[in-house]
Design a protein around this ligand. Structure first.
Ligand code: ADP
Length: 320
């Protein structure tokens, strides 16, 4: 049977990660160039697992943009929906690894090419072939990519795609927390599948208790599946008919970057060819076990994209 296409939309950038922690950016002896951007991580997660995947977005016509496209191509992600902006540069993030383990980011986005994607530049034919259309919310921050984002959602939905939303809050990028909340909620009710982290659940509800009641306060009538990821505590799921939790796998985590994207990519692979995963609790729990295993493996290696597993690696962890 032919595999159905998952299209991911939004930002792709390069993180400059210092080779040592506990020093300022200026003092770092060197940097590793780590490709990232949540929707791009999802696109690669899907294709590593053997799914059919495309990425839609804009990059600078510079060495970084070309490097990112070749990473997508090396991973068999369809790149027909990617454009180069001749006048703008690829987004970059300079990371400081603090000695307490936290990360600080400084962004080159003034504006970067990804924020300059225009509605008229969308590859509509590609969008219309999507069976799942996945996106975040960073592309809602400014025009023109905000309109492009809304149009892409509309085109995919009209052509019959399920819409999958991971707000992927990166608060420092927004003009204000209120703006972030308003923009995120402005597209909430179009989504069929929504995944939030525990931190996003707290932010969006304004309530620091993570429980069924707080999760269900984000429910909307057209929603088919709401997921809350809880790191080493696994995930919770909510549908109109049932809800529950699936435990995480125990692994030695070294870098959790990309775990959520890996989780989403894995789950979408399970849903794309069989929508009954959304209605049958036993099938959904199996799919979430697979997604948890995929997320867990991603934490065992440094970086996001280099750590995304193949299907056989995931099955190996599940089967012990
Ligand atoms: P996000 O990156 O969106 O914050 P999480 O960190 O919650 O997402 O990770 C997504 C999923 O990856 C979790 O639901 C879990 O299954 C898995 N995962 C993340 N961190 C760990 C960990 N330390 N140990 C085992 N599994 C993990």
């Amino acid at each position: 049977t032919p595999k159905d296409l998952i299209v991911s939309f939004g930002e792709m950038l390069i993180d400059f990660v210092p080779t040592v922690s506990g020093v300022s950016l200026a003092e770092a002896p060197g940097f590793l160039k780590a490709p990232g951007g949540a929707p791009a991580n999802v696109a690669i997660a899907v294709s590593r697992l053997g799914g059919k995947s495309a990425f839609v977005g804009k990059l600078g016509d510079d060495e970084f943009g070309h490097m990112l496209v070749s990473i997508l191509e090396d991973n068999a992600v369809v790149t027909d929906g990617i454009l180069y902006d001749p006048a703008a540069r690829t987004a970059l993030a300079f990371v400081t690894l603090r000695s307490d383990g936290d990360r600080e980011f400084m962004f080159y986005r003034n504006p970067s090419a990804d924020m300059l994607l225009k509605e008229s530049e969308l590859n509509l034919d590609l969008l219309k072939t999507a069976k799942i259309f996945h996106y975040g919310s960073i592309s809602l921050i400014t025009e023109p990519c905000r309109s492009a984002h809304l149009k892409a959602m509309e085109v995919a939905k009209e052509a019959g795609a399920l819409l999958s939303y991971d707000p992927n809050l990166r608060l420092p990028l927004w003009p204000s927390p209120e703006d972030a909340r308003d923009q995120i909620m402005s597209i909430w009710e179009s989504a069929d599948i929504i995944k939030v982290s525990d931190v996003e659940l707290e932010f969006l509800t304004g309530n620091d208790t993570i429980d069924d009641q707080s999760a269900l306060s984000l429910w909307h009538p057209g929603l088919k599946l709401l997921l809350v990821t809880l790191g080493e505590k696994g995930c919770r799921y909510y549908t109109k008919d049932f809800h529950g939790a699936v435990d995480a796998f125990k692994v030695k985590a070294v870098d959790t970057t990309g775990a959520g994207d890996s989780f989403v990519g894995a789950l979408l692979c399970k849903i794309v060819n069989d929508h009954s995963v959304l209605e049958d609790e036993i099938q959904l729990r199996e799919a979430l076990k697979f997604a948890n295993a995929c997320g867990a493996i991603t934490t065992t290696k440094k970086g996001a994209i280099p750590a995304l597993p193949t299907e056989s690696e995931v099955l190996e962890l599940i089967q012990g």
